[in-house]
Write a protein that binds this ligand. Structure first.
Ligand SMILES: Nc1ncnc2c1ncn2[C@@H]1O[C@H](COP(=O)(O)OP(=O)(O)O)[C@@H](O)[C@H]1O
Ligand SMILES: O=C(CO)[C@@H](O)[C@H](O)COP(=O)(O)O
Length: 470
């Protein structure tokens, strides 16, 4: 009988676990469990969600891999206990510290050259700096810093007091801001600086960075553990990407990314120059407002996802003149951490259908900007994530982007990619197993450039607005 491996996606909203056949990646079982709402979460909640979702699955796996939301700051004291709740990727309170980081490296290009990115507030380095400035006693007590996925891998290996090694991978390490994608190594002195430790001050312990396909430990139940990775890197593995593919993920975050052979160093801050989980690189553009644009609008309209899609599809392109700039929770790309949403073009003739349509066009406008910022000519655009299931997104994406778009069969591609990494580690091979890429459905439509033009005007007109959030 084929061996089974498990893949975990500990993402913003929930933990998902898939149990798959190591030989071909066929899913035999899966489960999920929700996370608390908010941008500051006690990591214990992820551990409890993992145990709930993994119950009856993890004990059947010969190897396990963990994919996790990137960037979250898990600060640990000398005993391995968490110092404070984790600050997540979508917690933008550390926006003022971005300037400190850029000044530390001596400018935008120097920052991008050193750490692969001009870090938005999502990156761990800005969060450490925020803690040093606002909670110096917590910064002082911090003896090790981990990320959500590697903390969970460590917990599976036994956690504090067990002697288990702390291990991460290049993909997730590259989202910290104290890792050099060019050198493929930590910059511990940057982590020490961020914690306010002064020149020559002690660096926090950082997990060892494992190579792709490495076995990094075993669970208390005897399953092998792979290094795990960030959720976007795991999705790239789960989709078995081809060169030229651009992935757009519409979950809590919106992301556009592709796999490349060399690292990126974008001084504008739009593209994060990540490493991937296979020894290559993963330039990525991320937005903070994504599927929530649709769910908030559906809530206002009092409808579920399917009714919302029907309303949006019943409206004309351009939503009766309504344009929605969807930076409701502040925004990361473009860097507008204090922004709020803007509805423009509201007339007394507005219909519910127009509001639904405007929300879908807003989501696609924002993600269209993300695809453009990536700066590659896509061979294929593949759309995944919870909101990729929405028929209005499927039908309108090719029209708003002016590109043919493919939707892989709905699946948990982050968890699947983590499982593929586990199967790779289990095999001891040089390459990940050659699982079949997912089936896709292609959507085409006549382009509606007026939608992007109106969106661009509203985005640019509001560029210097300074909002104070309620
Ligand atoms: N049919 C749908 N239409 C729009 N949004 C959807 C639909 N189904 C699920 N979602 C949204 O997808 C989101 C979850 O997506 P997911 O990719 O699992 O997120 P994450 O990985 O960030 O936790 C939820 O916010 C949910 O509202
Ligand atoms: O910050 C980023 C990428 O840089 C996000 O993509 C997070 O990794 C969270 O992902 P989801 O929970 O939305 O999948």
């Amino acid at each position: 009988m084929s061996q089974l491996v498990a893949g975990i996606d500990s993402s913003s909203q929930s933990t998902k676990v898939v149990l798959v056949r190591a030989e071909d990646g066929v899913v035999v079982d899966q489960a999920s469990s929700p996370h608390p709402v908010g941008t500051e979460v006690d990591p214990q909640a992820w551990w409890e969600a993992l145990q709930l979702a993994g119950s009856g699955l993890l004990d059947r796996a010969a190897a396990i891999g963990v994919g996790g939301q990137q960037h979250g700051m898990v600060a640990l004291d000398a005993d391995g206990a968490v110092v404070r709740p984790a600050l997540l990727w979508n917690d933008l309170r550390s926006a003022p510290q971005i300037a400190d980081v850029i000044a530390h490296f001596g400018g935008e290009q120097q920052t991008a050259d050193a750490i692969g990115s001009v870090p938005p507030a999502s990156f761990t380095v800005t969060k450490l700096r925020w803690m040093a400035e606002n909670e110096p006693e917590n910064a002082e007590r911090t003896s090790a810093v981990m990320l959500p996925h590697d903390w969970l891998t460590w917990m599976l290996a036994g956690g504090p007091g067990s002697g288990a090694e702390m291990v991460t991978d290049h993909g997730d390490a590259s989202g910290t801001g104290y890792y050099s994608p060019a050198r493929r190594d930590w910059l511990p002195e940057v982590a020490a600086w961020a914690l306010g430790r002064g020149p020559g001050g002690p660096a926090p312990q950082l997990p060892r960075i494992a190579g792709p396909g490495e076995v990094v430990g075993t669970t208390t139940g005897g399953a092998q553990l792979s290094a795990g990775t960030g959720d976007n890197m795991a999705a790239a593995l789960g989709l078995c990407l081809r060169d030229g593919d651009v992935v757009v993920s519409i979950g809590t975050s919106g992301t556009a990314f592709c796999v490349t052979d060399s690292p990126r160093a974008d001084p504008t801050g739009s593209v994060s120059g990540f490493a991937d989980a296979s020894g290559r690189y993963l330039p990525l553009v991320c937005t903070v407002n994504a599927s929530r644009i649709l769910s908030v609008t559906a809530r206002l309209l009092g409808v579920d996802h399917d009714e919302f899609a029907a309303l949006a599809l019943a409206a004309e392109p351009g939503a009766g003149g309504l344009t929605f700039l969807p930076y409701m929770d502040g925004e990361r790309t473009p860097n507008r951490p204090t922004a709020t949403g803007v509805l423009s073009g509201l007339t007394s003739g507005v219909q519910r259908e127009d509001l639904a349509r405007a929300a879908v066009e807003a989501l696609l406008g924002s993600l269209g900007d993300a695809i453009d910022a990536l700066g590659v000519v896509p061979g294929r655009v593949l759309v995944i994530g919870g909101a990729a299931r929405n028929p209005a997104v499927q039908q309108l994406a090719p029209a708003v982007w002016g590109l043919p778009v493919e939707f892989p069969v709905p699946g948990e591609y982050v968890a699947l990619g983590a499982a593929r990494q586990a199967a790779w580690a289990l095999s001891g091979a040089d390459e990940p197993p050659a699982w079949a890429p997912p089936e896709t459905t292609a959507f085409t439509a006549d382009p509606t450039p007026v939608v992007r033009r109106r969106y661009d005007v509203l985005r640019d007109r509001t560029a210097d607005w300074t909002e104070s959030r309620a």
